[in-house]
Design a protein around this ligand. Structure first.
Ligand SMILES: Nc1nc2c(ncn2[C@@H]2O[C@H](COP(=O)(O)OP(=O)(O)O)[C@@H](O)[C@H]2O)c(=O)[nH]1
Ligand SMILES: [Mg+2]
Length: 222
């Protein structure tokens, strides 16, 4: 009995969220903005990737960031140094951003800036390999990061995020010589779930792979 109730509640929640996400996407489409939902476990390198992206693309693209964190504006403050508008959303006890929270961010974007000027909105989701994958926020593409320090098996153990991703970034490649890790196995485990996903191995530290990521970003906007 409990299980049925919980399942129904979950489905209703996701339905309501989907409607809000579609509404957010309609705003982005009206302003000709592409939105990425950037997800990973805590510490995989989302904020560093955004820093490198703002640094490299700010002359070519007008970018805004919606920064989700349970508490603090630590990441938002890091990103503000690159001159882009950063809208911080604290989720409190929630382990993911949902479409309503992002709608609040879009509302602020609309009132504090001219949204039609932007090309790209990067949403950094709360660090979590499970919940963010279930709740769309109105994005056009999902970008998932997996650090090589997390182990080859993580795509198989947390499949939803890896199934849904449009772009899969394997991070911290510079650490490979110090780890007992099989990168080809990570890629094979990802491909087993999502055969056609774009996989980009990077190191934000050495710059390896970043050009390929910037090209992918620009291909989505074109
Ligand atoms: N060695 C190395 N460390 C990295 C790399 N990318 C991120 N880090 C480190 O990993 C930690 C977490 O990065 P952060 O971007 O805050 O991760 P987030 O929690 O996913 O936003 C920081 O100490 C980063 O300096 C990388 O490519 N190589
Ligand atoms: Mg972060």
């Amino acid at each position: 009995m409990h299980q049925t109730f919980d399942a129904a509640l979950g489905i209703n929640l996701l339905h309501a969220n989907q409607a809000d996400a579609d509404h957010n996407r309609a705003h982005f489409d009206e302003w000709e903005i592409i939105c990425f939902n950037i997800m990973s476990s805590p510490g995989a390198g989302k904020t560093v990737l955004l820093e490198r992206t703002l640094e490299a693309l700010r002359d070519r693209l007008k970018i805004a960031v919606i920064e989700g964190d349970m508490t603090t504006e630590l990441d938002a403050d890091r990103l503000r140094q690159y001159g882009a508008p950063v809208i911080a959303i604290n989720t409190g006890r929630s382990c993911h951003l949902d479409a309503k929270m992002v709608a609040g961010g879009i509302h602020r974007l609309k009132h504090e800036f001219n949204p039609a000027e932007f090309d790209l909105v990067l949403v950094e989701n709360v660090g979590n390999l499970v919940c963010p994958a279930e709740f769309e926020v109105g994005e056009h593409a999902k970008v998932a990061l997996l650090s090589i320090t997390e182990g080859e098996d993580k795509p198989l153990k947390y499949p939803i995020m890896f199934q849904e991703a449009d772009c899969l970034i394997i991070t911290k490649m510079d650490l490979a010589p110090y780890l007992d890790i099989d990168i080809q196995r990570i890629e094979a485990n990802i491909r087993q779930l999502n055969p056609h996903v774009t996989i980009i191995p990077i190191s934000a530290k050495t710059g390896e792979g970043l050009e390929a990521w910037f090209k992918w970003v620009q291909s989505q906007i074109a």
